[in-house]
Write a protein that binds this ligand. Structure first.
Ligand SMILES: [Zn+2]
Length: 111
């Protein structure tokens, strides 16, 4: 039997996250909006998203509608991922991914 190494890296390195977080505090609304949209869990995965989650929540009240819109998109998408069964804890993610694929086959009985 072979042992598997647990060395799965997240998509977004901490470096990038730092830059994005800095962008969120930029005075220009376009830079903030762009930074927010990069926080989307579909781009950086749950781990990165969770680190920036509070900031995204705060930016839903940003004075700029551009930034609010982007923040809202990210929050909505994260809700969709949660409600489709993706766990919020990265530790269980791999097992859950497999389980989710299975669930997918059963899951077409909505009324
Ligand atoms: Zn997205």
């Amino acid at each position: 039997m072979t042992k598997k190494k647990r060395s799965v890296k997240e998509k977004t390195p901490a470096d990038d996250l730092d830059r994005i977080l800095a962008g969120l505090q930029a005075p220009e609304e376009t830079i903030r909006a762009k930074a927010v949209s990069q926080i989307c869990p579909c781009r950086m995965g749950w781990e990165g998203y969770q680190q920036a989650m509070e900031v995204v929540a705060a930016l839903q009240k940003d004075p700029s509608p551009l930034v609010r819109g982007a923040a809202r998109h990210v929050v909505l998408e994260s809700f969709q991922m949660v409600s489709s069964g993706l766990p919020t804890s990265p530790r269980t993610q791999h097992n859950e991914m497999a389980a989710r694929k299975r669930r997918f086959r059963w899951g077409d009985n909505d009324r």
